[in-house]
Design a protein around this ligand. Structure first.
Ligand code: CAA
Length: 445
């Protein structure tokens, strides 16, 4: 059986950043700890004037192609996942291919290009498409380029404003991958939901609290569905569990639910019984409300136990590090969570070859997907080569007034001229509109 998975990853962050506790909180009249302790966010990335989903995607893809020594002919497929597209017909992947063709000799003439939409889960769906294409033997030895790129902006004043972010993740999907192999087994939880949507509008209509409930409900169903094909899961099975991370606080909730589910009927539940009792079973309660109240009580106790805290610190906390510094990258967010964990494993000198990850993706509207990944022998070389720290450190800080300008620059309804905050160098930039209202790009040396 051919092994298929992620061969390499590169990211591209928006080049500006906003400090949430020190710049955003005072203007909003909020306690800074609402952001750091509550949501789990410190800074968020924003695109400079000349950046957008195409430049960030193309710049991440170019870093990846250069590092792996690839030419356009090596790529048989370019799938872009985004929920920030600006065109209902022409896919962002064609723009990105056009950018890349400016700097490589060959072209992507024979590559299948598309755009995937299902809110934040579209990045994982694109991985799936690439995986299936290779497994079906239709790739002719070529690899797939999956690019998850988003500018996650909310209406000014929306509670989601604190969770904004901008960036792209480029992934090479190939046979005999160098980073992680994807499991064939996967589980889904999918229902028609109205929690977060953009009905022909740039900024989302959001029911924030409902979106959190839907995330947890669909994620639980996806885990049960995954277990129906892969067998029961146990907290000790996985070195890391990267979740879709709209903000780290959401992951804290998902992790607790996941741990409760995975530890039910195991020695962990037995060990904890003296301290916090056994997990409530629905059959033991007369009403659903009583059962739910008992569950809430159990969860409150569970999260204070040493077993849970230790598991959370080892398996979950490393997945949210990058996200806490860049905000929500929508389609790229779960892929940043995986990268964050593997990067910390590399820094800690952990041996990861052969170890398993459980990856939980989510898209509003709504669907969750869960699959496992096996870390490959060559993982360390791959992770060491990814440029994350310098990109984050090189970002330029913006004041609240600058943030207001940048939000307006990227607001499709507004037309304002703003000086760029940084100088582009060795990257693709947006240069303006063409005669058919297409967006135009150039590579700046
Ligand atoms: N110190 C410590 N913690 C504090 C605090 C303080 N001073 N003040 C508040 N907090 C805590 C709150 O208790 C809360 O934590 P809990 O939920 O654990 O109780 C947390 O900080 C956030 O506070 P609020 O709930 O009061 O925040 P809010 O209502 O202003 O906004 C939100 C929260 C509704 C999630 C909002 O950010 C939002 O709408 N975000 C966009 C939607 C979203 O991200 N949903 C997530 C699921 S959907 C999804 O995943 C898809 C996607 O990418 C969008």
């Amino acid at each position: 059986m051919t092994s298929v998975g992620i061969d390499a990853i590169e990211i591209r962050t928006g080049k500006l950043f906003l400090d949430l506790p020190n710049t955003f909180a005072p203007v909003k009249g909020e306690d800074p700890e609402k952001y750091t302790k509550g949501l789990g966010l410190y800074t968020s990335s924003f695109p400079d004037v000349y950046e957008d989903i195409v430049t960030m995607g193309a710049n991440a893809a170019k870093s990846l192609m250069d590092r792996k020594g690839l030419e356009p002919e090596d790529i048989g497929r370019i799938d872009v996942a985004t929920e920030s597209a600006f065109d209902n017909s022409k896919p962002v992947s064609t723009y990105i291919a056009g950018c890349l063709e400016q700097v490589y000799d060959g072209d992507f003439r024979h590559a299948n290009k598309g755009e995937r939409k299902f809110a934040c889960i579209a990045g994982t769906q694109s991985l799936d498409d690439a995986y299936n294409w290779i497994k079906a033997g239709r790739n002719r030895g070529r690899a797939a380029l999956v690019i998850a790129t988003d500018t996650a902006l909310y209406e000014r004043g929306d509670p989601g404003e604190a969770t904004q972010g901008a960036g792209a993740v480029a992934m090479l999907i190939d046979e005999d991958p160098d980073l992680v192999e994807l499991s064939t087994e996967q589980g889904y939880g999918s229902m028609d939901e109205t929690d977060f949507l953009k009905p022909n509008q740039q900024f989302p209509s959001v029911d924030g609290k409902r979106s959190m409930q839907v995330y947890l409900a669909r994620m639980r169903e996806a885990l049960e569905d995954y277990e129906s094909v892969a067998g029961r899961t146990h907290p000790a099975d996985f070195e890391y569990i990267p979740f879709h991370t709209p903000f780290p606080g959401m992951v804290r909730k998902a992790a607790l639910l996941g741990f409760r589910h995975m530890s039910r009927d195991t020695e962990i539940e037995d060990e904890l019984a003296d301290e916090i009792g056994r997990q409530p079973r629905e059959a033991d309660f007369e009403t659903w409300d009583d059962y739910e109240e008992a569950i809430r009580g159990y969860m409150d106790d569970l999260k204070t136990t040493e077993q849970y805290r230790d598991w959370y610190d080892r398996v979950i906390d490393p997945t949210i590090d990058i996200s806490s510094r860049v905000g929500n990258w929508y389609t790229g967010s779960v892929h940043i969570a995986r990268l964050s964990a593997l990067k910390i494993a590399a820094e800690e000198g952990k041996e990861m070859a052969g170890k398993k990850l459980l990856v939980g993706s989510y898209g509003s509207g709504a669907q969750a997907e869960i699959h496992a990944e096996t870390v490959q022998d060559t993982w360390l070389d791959e992770i060491d080569a990814v440029d994350v720290d310098s990109q984050l450190e090189d970002r330029t800080e913006i004041t609240f007034d600058d943030y207001e300008l940048i939000h307006d620059v990227h607001n499709h309804e507004k037309e304002i001229e703003v000086e760029e905050f940084t100088q582009p160098e060795g990257e693709f930039v947006f240069t303006g509109w063409g005669r058919m209202n297409e967006r135009r790009y150039e590579y700046v040396e």
